[in-house]
Design a protein around this ligand. Structure first.
Ligand SMILES: [Ca+2]
Length: 512
């Protein structure tokens, strides 16, 4: 008997199933929330995890068995990008489905203004149980948009608030052990959910955010095994810094495993869309806050066993602002006009038709002043540095790291090669262009090369059109640095809690 009719029949059933699913929720009209057929959502968000620092994205040395399993049961996105490599602006962008400069929360620690819409509130309105557990970092106005907020204490992660006495102090740790992961309430909110309602959980870790400590893992990563990019010096201190970062990734992975296990216990696996990603890149110099892929690329994994083909990989470009309209579409709700991302449910169905040709990202004030923008297509990245007179200083936590200290030491000794020196360069090029295919670490700026003039012209035009489309304004004032660029110590400009954008405008620190 020929075998192929069986496969054709199976394929037909599968196709019918997935197309009906991706349409059926849109037909639901009831808003009461008692419906059981709307999908649940669990978003797990890592804090400062580089896109390629888990097994499923190519790192064979870091121990991430649970994330690897999640990937083997779902879809990995090889071309997923954040709109910012900075914690709170990136989160604000994901939740509002808007670029950072459209959120009013584009600088680090600026709260999301109450005028902004975030997609979880739409789900709550429709009867979902909507909970956040772990790192909050969204501002006071957003709390009421969730049914439950179980915020982790991050005071131990705050750098000193001011200069002067105590400014040299280390972090004032307020927690220890697993409590520092930000993940200890994840399973609890899943257990406490209303079983009658569909649920949306925003589970935000603090791992692998700095500071790091030894002995957090029963199986610590050997420093000699870590994988270093060419722009970091290969020294013992740098390797130890990386090994501790890997240990925190492993701790995060353990909590991901507990959530997946709890979903299984609750028999909620099939109808729950599990989404994993990071808010920004690795907390090392030239990674976090940068617009290079090591800053803005994210290890996006989406699992939905009944709908998404296991162990699949999507090679199309997606942006973090696409998550909001995608999640709303899967739940059966049209995204309103405030959401500027593009739904990619077709990619989840396994179609390989692009939903976008390029992604855009921005760098704004983060501990230090800076303003850069990036456009990335499948092959090229264009970056424009509006404050090219300033060096691309790493964020203060990375600037206080052993890795940066080693870079400073080697530089003082005249031993730091050019490929590892870009953080110190001032002025730096106003424009950067990279061929990601030939140069994945973005070390060779080809912006001035005649052979790439057409690409430069094309991406410049894309950037200009994006500015017009998203109504980006050029700031008339610069925001003061809150840390010294050499020592990483706080300046008098550092006030905690940080003022909102509105208050900074009122006080004349920035201009509208
Ligand atoms: Ca972060």
């Amino acid at each position: 008997m020929p075998v192929y009719p069986f496969f054709i029949a199976r394929a037909a059933v599968y196709l019918a199933l997935i197309s009906s699913i991706f349409c059926s929720y849109a037909n639901e009209e009831q808003e009461g929330g008692r419906k059981t057929n709307r999908p649940n959502f669990v978003v797990m968000l890592a804090d400062d995890l580089g896109w390629n620092d888990i097994g499923a994205f190519g790192n064979t040395k870091v121990h991430t068995p649970n994330l690897n399993k999640l990937a083997s049961e779902g879809m990995c996105f090889d071309q997923a990008f954040l709109t910012s490599s900075s914690c709170s602006p990136s989160r604000a962008s994901i939740l509002t489905g808007r670029y950072p400069h459209q959120t009013g929360a584009e600088q680090l620690h600026w709260p999301i203004p109450e005028t902004q819409k975030i997609f979880p509130e739409r789900l709550k309105l429709a009867g979902y149980f909507v909970a956040a557990a772990g790192k909050w970092h969204l501002g006071e106005a957003m709390r009421e948009r969730f049914s439950v907020v179980r915020e982790v204490d991050t005071s131990g992660f705050q750098l000193p608030a001011h200069s002067g006495v105590g400014a040299n102090d280390e972090f004032a740790e307020s927690s220890s052990g697993d409590a520092r992961s930000g993940c200890t309430e994840w399973v609890n909110v899943l257990r406490e959910r209303d079983p009658q309602k569909p649920f949306f959980l925003w589970l935000a870790a603090v791992d692998p955010h700095r500071p790091y400590e030894d002995k957090i893992s029963a199986r610590p990563h050997p420093p000699e095994e870590v994988l270093l990019p060419p722009y970091h010096p290969d020294t013992d201190l740098v390797r130890r810094d990386y090994a501790r970062y890997y240990d925190e990734i492993h701790r995060l992975d353990r909590f991901v495993g507990l959530v997946l296990n709890e979903l299984q216990i609750q028999k909620a696996v099939d109808n729950t869309v599990v989404i994993f990603l990071s808010d920004n890149g690795r907390p090392f110099p030239r990674d976090k806050t940068s617009l290079y892929d090591s800053g803005i690329r994210t290890p996006l994994i989406i699992r939905w066993p009944s709908r998404i083909k296991p162990a699949s990989r999507c090679h199309q470009l997606v942006s973090a602002i696409d998550l909001a309209p995608t999640i709303l579409a899967l739940a059966g709700f049209p995204a309103g006009p405030s959401y500027v991302g593009k739904s990619f449910t077709s990619l989840l169905e396994g179609k390989e038709n692009p939903t976008r040709d390029a992604v855009f990202a921005e760098k704004n004030w983060h501990d230090y002043e800076d303003r850069s923008r990036a456009v990335r297509d499948h092959r090229f990245k264009y970056i424009v540095n509006h404050y090219a007179d300033l060096p691309a200083t790493p964020p203060a936590d990375a600037a206080r790291s052993d890795t940066f200290k080693e870079m400073q030491r080697l530089r003082a000794e005249g031993l730091l090669p050019e490929t590892q020196s870009s953080c110190f360069l001032a002025p730096r090029p106003r424009e950067e262009l990279y061929d990601l295919k030939a140069d994945p670490h973005e070390l060779r700026n080809i912006a001035g090369m005649p052979a790439h003039e057409d690409t430069l012209t094309r991406l410049r035009a894309e950037y200009r059109q994006w500015r017009v489309r998203t109504r980006e304004k050029t700031p008339r004032l610069r925001t003061p640095d809150e840390f010294d660029r050499v020592t990483g110590k706080p300046t008098p400009a550092r006030i905690r809690p940080r003022w909102s954008k509105k208050k900074m405008i009122e006080e004349g620190i920035i201009l509208p």
